[in-house]
Design a protein around this ligand. Structure first.
Ligand code: GDP
Length: 508
């Protein structure tokens, strides 16, 4: 009979109960009930939520509706190649410049804002291709409120049109269709609509659905007012809002190194007010906002939700798609980054140890079969010739019925090779009287997590060619965990064998 148990609620940040504590509790219960418990290292164990909550710059939960204010929409233009996306963006961008300053030079920063006569704004993302969806969404960030799907009237629905619809639907982003190139003699608007309905699976407004369709010419700027109107109407229905209170949060849209300005990143502010001098962390990069600019190189003093701005002041270059969060000081930024770096190293180590574990299990299975075969053969031979052996067998069986003696150990090594070598040797070591249980192993210095494992399983920690971290040493001292350091493999193995012998009851 095998019982498999799961620990639930490990992601509950408000109750940072130690998972290790739960394991030791489970172990006690199973022991009392007379079950044997066998727990293998789980990669999620070391991801202690309480740890993350304290040390990482965490994202805040959504703000209540009454503390939010309306924000303008963020739009992405998608569609098949050559259907007019770039032309549409260029015309829109020029329109945004024409309203502000004659002859102003626009820069490609990954996004621009169109300000309308009535003061309303729309942010357009112009990251090349489908990057806004592929790169940014692959990192789990959602940046777009509305997708404008461009379909050339003379070409109809194509492969990338279908793909764009699929992406938008997956991301649950509503679509507005812009049937483009209506100035062309071969334009067939009705055919386009039918294709969108049948092949694209879109429920167009005029067929009783909710998807708006506008007919435009990106080249000549025909019907742009209708397109803008449709975007604003949809934005109103979506009731887009955000929390205007600091700290600021958002997503990196684009980043690059400029030979004059240094490290630049365009960010989309999604929450809070971003001010000059703010300190931001994105992934493992950080920076202090020295200068904020829009796509016309206008210097800005602040940025609000749905604003896309280019920022100068990054110490390292953040990556597109990463979320940025404002922190209180540069010291805090460094703390967060140190924590994230150490987490990524730890995750790599866990990945490695899981790999070693599965390899070990494979080896174990083969080796156990081999041993079983050998033992069966031996028993067969001896039982045939020796009646004394029968007596011995009986005695052994009686011994087996006694309570099993175990030695629990934790192994930490400097490299995968050395840990694997130790595991390989231990695998070949068999004792009928004392069972060896490797409850956890890994690469790197002995950490508090290792001591917590050892404490939960009453294990001895064996460190091969690695040090013991200061806090781990203190924790071991407090919980009376023995740490043994070696730098020669066979001496470490001998030590384990001695410990196994010591665990046995004295010979009467
Ligand atoms: P993209 O690959 O989707 O970005 O397409 P482009 O914007 O590069 O446009 C492809 C070609 O179609 C270019 O030669 C544009 O000049 C042309 N084009 C785009 N929009 C229109 C339009 O409304 N009318 C006409 N006649 N040509 C257009």
């Amino acid at each position: 009979l095998e019982i498999i148990g799961f620990i639930d609620g490990a992601d509950n940040y408000s109750k940072p109960t130690s998972i290790i504590e739960n394991i030791s509790m489970l172990r006690e219960i199973t022991k009392k009930c007379g079950f044997k418990s066998n727990m293998i290292p789980n990669p999620n164990i070391s991801k202690q939520p309480s740890d993350k909550y304290i040390k990482d710059a965490f994202k805040r939960p959504p703000a209540p509706y009454n503390s939010t204010i309306p924000r303008h929409p963020v739009v992405t233009i998608m569609g098949h190649v050559d259907h007019g996306k770039t032309t549409l963006l260029d015309t829109l961008r020029n329109a945004s410049v024409a309203k502000s300053e004659f002859g102003a030079i626009t820069q490609h920063i990954g996004a621009f804002i169109v300000v309308l006569d009535n003061g309303k704004k729309i942010t357009f993302l112009d990251t090349p291709g489908h990057a806004a969806f592929t790169t940014i969404r692959s990192r789990g960030a959602q940046v777009t409120d509305i997708v404008v799907l461009v379909v050339a009237a003379d070409d109809g629905v194509k492969e990338q049109t279908i793909e764009s619809i699929r992406m938008a639907k997956n991301a649950k982003v509503p679509i507005i269709v812009a049937i483009n190139k209506i100035d062309k003699p071969m334009a067939d608007i009705e055919r386009c609509k039918k294709m969108l309905q049948t092949q694209g699976g879109l429920d167009l407004e005029e067929f009783g659905g909710s998807v708006q369709v506008v007919q435009i010419s990106a080249l000549h700027g025909t019907n742009f007012n209708y397109l803008i109107e449709s975007i604003l109407t949809l934005a109103e229905i979506l009731d887009l809002r955000s929390d205007p209170n600091p700290p600021a949060e958002g997503v990196i849209i684009e980043s690059k190194v400029d030979s004059h300005k240094g490290k630049l990143a365009t960010v989309l502010v999604q929450r809070g007010k971003l001010l000059n001098g703010s300190i931001l962390v994105a992934g493992t990069a950080w920076g202090k906002v020295r200068k904020m600019m829009d796509h016309q190189s206008n210097i800005l003093q602040e940025a609000n939700p749905s604003d896309a701005i280019q920022i100068i002041g990054w110490k390292e270059l953040p990556q597109a798609g990463q979320e940025f969060l404002q922190v209180s000081s540069d010291k805090r930024a460094r703390e967060v980054i140190d924590y994230r770096l150490s987490k990524s190293i730890e995750e790599k180590q866990i990945e490695d140890s899981v790999h070693i574990l599965s390899k070990l299990e494979e080896h174990n299975k083969e080796y156990k079969n081999h041993l079983l075969e050998k033992r069966n053969h031996r028993i067969y031979r001896r039982s045939k010739f020796s009646s004394v052996y029968q007596e011995k067998l009986l005695k052994n069986r009686k011994n087996e019925e006694k309570e099993e003696i175990r030695l629990n150990i934790v192994i930490k090594g400097d490299v995968i090779g050395s840990v694997e070598a130790i595991l390989d040797v231990l695998e070949t070591y068999e004792s009928d009287q004392c069972k060896l249980d490797i409850i956890h192993f890994g690469i790197g210095n002995v950490s508090v997590t290792d001591i917590e494992y050892a404490d939960a399983f009453q294990a001895i920690v064996y460190a091969f060619n690695v040090d013991v971290l200061k806090d781990a040493e203190e924790s071991a001292h407090q919980s009376k965990i023995v740490i043994k350091q070696h730098n020669i493999i066979y001496k470490l193995i001998d030590d384990i064998k001695d410990e196994m012998n010591n665990s046995l009851p004295p010979i009467e």
